[in-house]
Design a protein around this ligand. Structure first.
Ligand SMILES: [Fe+2]
Ligand SMILES: [Fe+2]
Length: 137
């Protein structure tokens, strides 16, 4: 069983977005594995953090584009939640590069998992019926 698992409970009722969330969860599991393996190369961990950063940017942009396209009323709040998360990931990336490895392994991975699950359930799910009504499913 993977450390972080997508289940129907996390569905936002839009196939494309669910697929992106699944992919994001896959990268977080990869990061968890990289951090768990003793003697994991720093470059390997850095690479997965980079992937997490890139894919998160991609996913947030996709959601934000959809929100702008349909003038979603909660756009500003939703985007600022995304921006805060990105800032946090950059912060962790910097701390890691500065050598705080052990702290990072616990802090980063738990923060990322909790944030994403909570964001999907409370913030992302708010747009489901709005987009469904626009024919986005
Ligand atoms: Fe999302
Ligand atoms: Fe979101």
């Amino acid at each position: 069983m993977a450390w972080m698992e997508w289940t129907e409970e996390y569905s936002v009722d839009i196939v494309k977005i669910d697929d992106q969330h699944k992919k994001l969860i896959g990268i977080i599991n990869e990061l968890y594995e990289a951090l768990s393996i003793e003697g994991s190369k720093k470059e390997a961990i850095n690479k997965v953090i980079g992937e997490l950063y890139d894919y998160t940017q991609y996913h947030f942009s996709a959601e934000e584009e959809l929100m702008r396209k349909f003038s979603y009323p909660q756009y500003i709040n939703h985007k600022s939640a995304h921006d805060n998360f990105i800032m946090k990931v950059v912060e962790f990336q910097n701390e890691y590069r500065q050598g705080r490895i052990m702290v990072l392994s616990v802090e980063l991975i738990q923060f990322v998992r909790d944030w994403l699950f909570n964001h999907i359930l409370t913030v992302d799910k708010q747009y489901s019926s709005f987009f469904n009504q626009q024919g986005i499913k």
